[in-house]
Design a protein around this ligand. Structure first.
Ligand code: FMN
Length: 179
């Protein structure tokens, strides 16, 4: 089973990369095949809903192969970044009936909660199954040690809960899709 971690911002100096790399490292401990899908590597000058560009084809290949997704997104003006929307919009039916776990990031106290809520609505538009659980990284600038570990050890437990739920749905839905 392959479940990638999508990093939703290309911003220079982005703090969310620390959260995405942490989530990736923790998720690798479950033994699931994964990798970071960085929106920087899938940038388009304009929307490609045809799926014909080389960038869209690379994205669609990953999205098709996946049995579920983890999205790590910062909150920009109470929403998710446009770069993330453009990347997600390159595919459509390939997301259907697959679970998604969403992780929010912010420099403030909310942990990107409003972007997470908006991403849940977007997930429904794609026919994905958004998880009830989410992981929030508030005060991101102070959340990590140089080593990439979180200062708050509770993060690992919260992440495990999200992963357990994600894998439960990924396995159940994979069986149902192939039946
Ligand atoms: C354009 C822009 C808008 C932002 N809007 C919000 C916001 O609405 N709520 C919030 O909590 N933080 C907001 N922030 C701050 C981010 O939470 C902060 O940059 C944090 O480090 C996560 O984003 P990053 O990965 O780009 O660093 C905004 C940042 C940018 C660049």
């Amino acid at each position: 089973m392959y479940i990638p971690v999508i990093l939703g911002t290309a911003r220079e100096g982005r703090q969310s990369e620390k959260a995405a790399r942490y989530v990736l490292t923790e998720f690798q401990k479950t033994g699931t095949e994964t990798e970071l899908l960085d929106v920087r590597d899938y940038r388009l000058p304009a929307t490609d809903a045809s799926g014909e560009s080389e960038t869209a084809q690379r994205w669609i290949e990953k999205i098709t192969k996946a049995s579920g997704y983890i999205i790590v997104s910062p909150e920009y003006n109470r929403g998710y970044p446009g770069e993330l929307k453009m990347a997600l919009d390159m595919a459509y039916s390939e997301y259907a009936r697959k679970p998604v776990g969403i992780c929010g990031v912010s420099s403030g106290a909310m942990g990107g909660a409003r972007a997470v809520e908006q991403l849940r609505l977007l997930a429904v538009a794609f026919g994905m199954v958004p998880l009830q659980q989410a992981l929030y990284f508030p005060n991101i600038q102070d959340a990590f040690l140089e080593s990439g570990e979180t200062k708050d050890k509770e993060y690992a437990k919260r992440a495990q809960k999200l992963f357990e739920e994600l894998l439960w749905y990924a396995e159940a839905l994979k069986k149902a899709r192939t039946a």
